[in-house]
Write a protein that binds this ligand. Sequence first.
Ligand code: CDP
Length: 566
Amino acid sequence: MRLTKNATQILNARYLKKDINGKIVETPNALFRRVAKHISNIEEINRKEWENTFYKVMVNLEFLPNSPTLMNAGLPNGQLSACFVLPVKDSLNSIFTTLKNAALIHQSGGGTGYNFSKLRPKGDVVTSSGGTSSGPIAFMKIYDAATEYVKQGGKRRGANMGILNVEHPDIEDFIKSKSDNVSLRNFNISIGISDRFMRAVQLNNDWELINPRNHTVHKTVRASDIWQTIVEAAWKTGDPGLIFLDTINKANPIPKQGGIQTTNPCGEVPLLDHESCNLGSLNLIKMVKTLDGKWKVDWDKLEQTIATTIRLLDNVISANHYLLPQVKSKTTKNRKVGLGVMGWAEMLIMLGLPYASDEAVQLGEKLMAFIQSKSYDASNALAKERGTFPNWNESIYATEKRMRNATCNSIAPTGSISVIANTSYSIEPLYALAYKRVGILENETQMEINPVFLEKMGLLGLWTEELKFEVMKTGSIQQAKSVPKKIRKLFETSLEIPWKWHLLHQRAFQRYTDNAVSKTINLLEKTTKQEISKIYFTAWEYGLKGITIYRNGSKPNQVLQTCNLN
Ligand code: CDP
């Protein structure tokens, strides 16, 4: 198998099995064999064949499961899920029980999401002690500090999602809680938004902040003032994002099990309290074939790979070691999985379609509709073989079709696995044509030139020393007049693509994703607050489940950096 230097570096640092002295004791091939063996162990017939099938999709880098599965499958007490949601109730007992459980989950490589809206506001009465409450933000800071010190067994730092609903009395402080670019480093924060709030903003109505302890009105403010505070904070640092709770709950597959209040850390999986989900992503650049000298989508291979990998992900649920009995119970009753994609931008380049084009958006929709439909078929086939998920009778599928899994699809960020697979992140456009990835490992990784770009330039006979210099310096070819306009258009990078197209791609994929889509709308530094307001509003109108923006330069450390792209 061929791995890039960066892939090898990441695998060595975090994924390959080590002995007690920290010496690496397996090869990348052996890693995939270990994972395939462990998750095929639950097969009753043709176990070895399944092991080989699972091994092949991984070793060919056609699909990778989320990091905890790669890191932990086959190890003692291997915890395999990336995504968790834990409850936070208005008691010290609940707050600190969840903190302990989150620490255990982080240690295993998983991330946790919570909604803090049940906590009484800062300064509210505490009857038992006669004192006053510290409020949700203070407790989040404790979670943040704990996360900092539990370095996930040396593998990766934990990630958290913190949500506060827009009617909570502490909402204004929460909106600004990351504005200093120092606090809550280990949290993504989002405002829990209702349709009622969005309409109040539209109509410039009053908005009541409600104390969750006694459900009384704490204060009345203008909805548009809160909106403006959100927009300003997001403009300043990228936080907070929004999560649209009504949109999420309209798509909740098992409403009888309760409402969904939060998502996992990067937003791609709305989950119930104590529920976990494991993810996996198809590598789209491996789902193409040449026909008459041109790249085309290989729909047959895609269909086959979906059937294999939905089964693989369903096996992960059974082969998983659960750290908490409540999580085991919830997760195995709903059996949610999230099959998604990586390499979308590179697939488009291979097909000759610019990201900022109607054709690309239409293909995105067609592709994800296909993935969803074939995932459902695969889950339906598994239900016939293995039985439906135990809560199926209560689910929206009960009258429709038998399903093994309450959800099948999520679009994850693929922050690490796309580096291993050497392709572009998730459904994101290329960030730059030459870049360093910082923040993924302790030390910066090497300067990379995007391989799909390099190949295309080579084929077209356009790769010159001059162009190389330009690309290394700016990460872009938009000013390179030696390159024909049509080719330049194909290689527009994230910040060169107007936000309208980012949102259209997110919508195209969200339409056929039963969980959610993790996407960052990357913006130029000069983006105005009015534009951010428009983006957040459009996200709601488009029926997205959440929205995250990042204005270039608004945080001291970015994960991907070019030398100079601004
Ligand atoms: O590429 P990889 O499988 O490592 O992860 P991802 O697709 O970037 O992120 C998927 C999910 O893994 C996130 O939404 C988090 O729930 C979790 N995660 C985490 O807990 N800690 C991290 N440092 C990165 C991801």
